[in-house]
Write a protein that binds this ligand. Sequence first.
Ligand code: GDP
Length: 470
Amino acid sequence: TAKHVKVEDKTPAQPKPKKLKYDIPKLIESLAGRKPSLSFVVIGHVDAGKSTLMGRLLYDSGEVAERTMRKFQKESSEIGKSSFSLAWVMDQSAEERERGVTIDIAQSSFETSKARFTILDAPGHKDFVPNMIAGTSQADLALLVIDSSTDAFESGFKSGGQTREHALLARSLGCRRIIVVVNKLDTVGWSEHRYTSIVEEVTYFLSHIGFSKNSIRAVPCSGLTGENVTKRSTLEALSWYKGNSLLAELDSSVMVVNRDYSKPLAMSINDIFRGGISSSVVAVAGRIQQGSVQPEMEVMICPTQETATVKSVMLDDGDDREWAVSGDTITIELTNLDDTDIKVGDVLCSANHPLKSVNMFKARIVTFENMAWPLLAGVSFELIRGRTNRSARVTKIHSILDKATGQVVKKRPRHVGSGMAAMVEIIVDGHAMPMTTFKDNKELGRMILRKEGMSIAAAVVDELIEKEYE
Ligand code: GDP
């Protein structure tokens, strides 16, 4: 039988801390005068025009060389899809181009006078929601792209399209601000009425799922023609619109990024690159979720507890710092790795203070509306956090909570229905998962529950539970 005890502060290995080159707390002040970096995720129904719009944004802000753009235009018109050239800017491989869908998170950055932006392009295809979750968990902001053309809004938003699920996931994964991009308005003659009615309906929905009214913005545009994307439109047909261009709206969303560098390092690994010049070097990429990193630092990969030394740190936004802190998206080269059994979803930690890895935890969940079945103890589901996708089960339902106050309204219920809040115990199958409570780290302590291709609930970790066998 299993006895549940709270995890004590046990650290598996204690290599002696080395004296490192950079004094991060001092250096952090030097970041104050710099442009903030912001990442945003692009969500919406397949074919809403997300890739085209992002291609337009990058091209019009000068990030894509003329020569590359001409090449894309030539290639796309050769296969009779000339309108795809802008979308190709965001697509990664030839295979994706052939299929005409963006299948993975492609990253790109651009800069304005106010900030540096990283686009985490999320695919709209139904099977790809897990990728979207990975992108969204790193995003400060969401761009919800809506196809305003006749009937498209109706099918993509109103009747079971992916738009609602994406917006719900964005909110559950911590995006506080959202820009509603009413796209393809060129197809409806820049109709003010169409724009206003879409904005009204979408805003109503977004405020219902927890976005506060002043965190929701809306912009009319056309990614294909470029109208109102990087510049205020001068189009007569759009003269009724007095607001910002999309880019100006992004600029106005710039906020101070919380750089929690004082905690021990934690970075979920989103990508692994092996077999470079030397096979003894493995590079891992991700966004630092807490703490800092620099060359020579001893690190540990959780949950395998393999140790390694940081050889180099590279910032994805091109900044030439050799060190990085919470919020930075980076690629790290590792040496002295015992074994190269690192997996995407593992967490890179400080060797002196690795995260705890557990199979069980107590979580506060909020189930989504329209769940097909009530959630029962014993039923398995997929647990998704960033790039991690694990099979898990609810083992106990402690209580049903009042959604607003968090007060217990019912103890030991048999099940959790749609649209409810509950305190439950979750067990993850297979190996343990490096974890923190939500209180300690909002990104590492937050997950999505999915079943049969549908998102059923959002969870935040309340307490880690270590299982001890007697
Ligand atoms: P995604 O699936 O959301 O990434 O959508 P794409 O960017 O691939 O666009 C889907 C289709 O809509 C393509 O044929 C585009 O050329 C077209 N499209 C995208 N944006 C616009 C727009 O602003 N106006 C019009 N008329 N068509 C657009």
